[in-house]
Design a protein around this ligand. Structure first.
Ligand code: MG
Length: 312
């Protein structure tokens, strides 16, 4: 059977650059540059954009301007704008923004994301809480968000390997993913936080998770730290996954995981998807424009291979 026959016709790309990318940025990016970057991503047709994080401003100073960013972006109908929310205080900041909704009654954000991990040590080091405690923490967040009409995603970090524990058993990933769905999240983003996954492992772990949860609500978040992200996407596509995370230009990584660098670049992902005949609704050259804009602000070339080929 040909590869084409086994692939979905359409894939949703979940853009994490403004949040997962910029949270790891060493230099200060002005609020207006973040807003412009997000507006350019909207113009490129990204269907979902995670724009910021409502963590305690002191813990990630790079994203301390989250309210301002959300208020100032130009939202486009049909695009889902989301933000990371770690606790009830963060959710209160999000719902506080709803008073500033636009004249047509549209909310400035349509979704939130909560996060936990498949590895106990990573959870403690990353969030200062056991996995069970993270669930206690965001159980009320998920239910209040749902009551407020928000879509909710749950991240499962270190699903393919932990910087402290090494291998993570598929059963640990399955347990955390199932629990998130029981609590009411609409999508579980199974994440390779340190970029160690390989395609056979994707088949093993995602196959095991999907046996319990179904494949429909699984999204995949790969890092290209060891060059395997696109091969892993292909493995995910063949399993029936239709939502993949990426970051314009390949911006960012994980500030807590030693050695982790490089979200899969949106340009590289979209180039491969389009080459496979899969629709995304994204204008690839406009993604390059967004990355180019930010690279000038940062004074650094994006990691994206497609970007480098496109501008040379
Ligand atoms: Mg990431």
């Amino acid at each position: 059977m040909s590869i084409h026959a086994q692939l979905p016709e359409e894939v949703q790309v979940y853009e994490v650059g403004p949040r997962d990318g910029l949270q790891n940025e060493k230099q200060n990016i002005p609020t207006e540059a973040k807003v412009r970057f997000i507006d350019l991503l909207s113009a490129a047709g990204l269907p979902v954009i995670e724009v910021t994080s409502f963590v305690r401003p002191g813990s990630i100073p790079q994203l301390a301007d989250s309210e301002e960013v959300v208020k100032r972006i130009k939202t486009t109908a049909g695009i889902r704008y989301t933000a990371l929310v770690p606790n009830e205080r963060g959710l209160a900041r999000v719902t506080g923004l709803f008073e500033s909704k636009s004249g047509d009654g549209a909310l400035p954000l349509q979704g939130i994301a909560v996060f936990t991990a498949a590895s106990e040590t990573f959870s403690r080091k990353n969030t200062n809480a056991s996995i069970a405690e993270t669930f206690e923490r965001f159980e009320p967040v998920i239910s209040s968000a749902r009551s407020a009409g928000l879509w909710v995603r749950g991240y499962v970090s270190t699903a393919f390997g932990c910087p402290y524990e090494g291998d993570v058993p598929a059963r640990a990933v399955t347990e955390v993913a199932s629990r998130l769905l029981e609590l009411g999240v609409e999508e579980v983003a199974v994440s390779d936080t340190i970029g160690v996954a390989t395609p056979a492992q994707v088949e093993e772990i995602i196959g095991a998770v999907a046996d319990v949860t179904g494949i429909e609500r699984i999204a995949l978040h790969f890092h290209d730290t060891r060059g395997t992200a696109l091969a892993n996407v292909l493995a995910g596509l063949l399993l029936g996954v239709t939502t993949f995370d990426s970051s314009a230009g390949g911006l960012g990584g994980c500030p807590y995981a030693p050695g982790a660098a490089g979200n899969l670049a949106t340009e590289d992902l979209v180039y491969m998807l389009h080459g496979l005949g899969i629709r995304t609704g994204i204008n690839l050259e406009k993604v390059v424009e967004a990355s180019k804009y930010l690279s000038v602000i940062r004074g650094q070339a994006p990691a994206s291979r497609y970007f480098q080929a496109a501008i040379s």
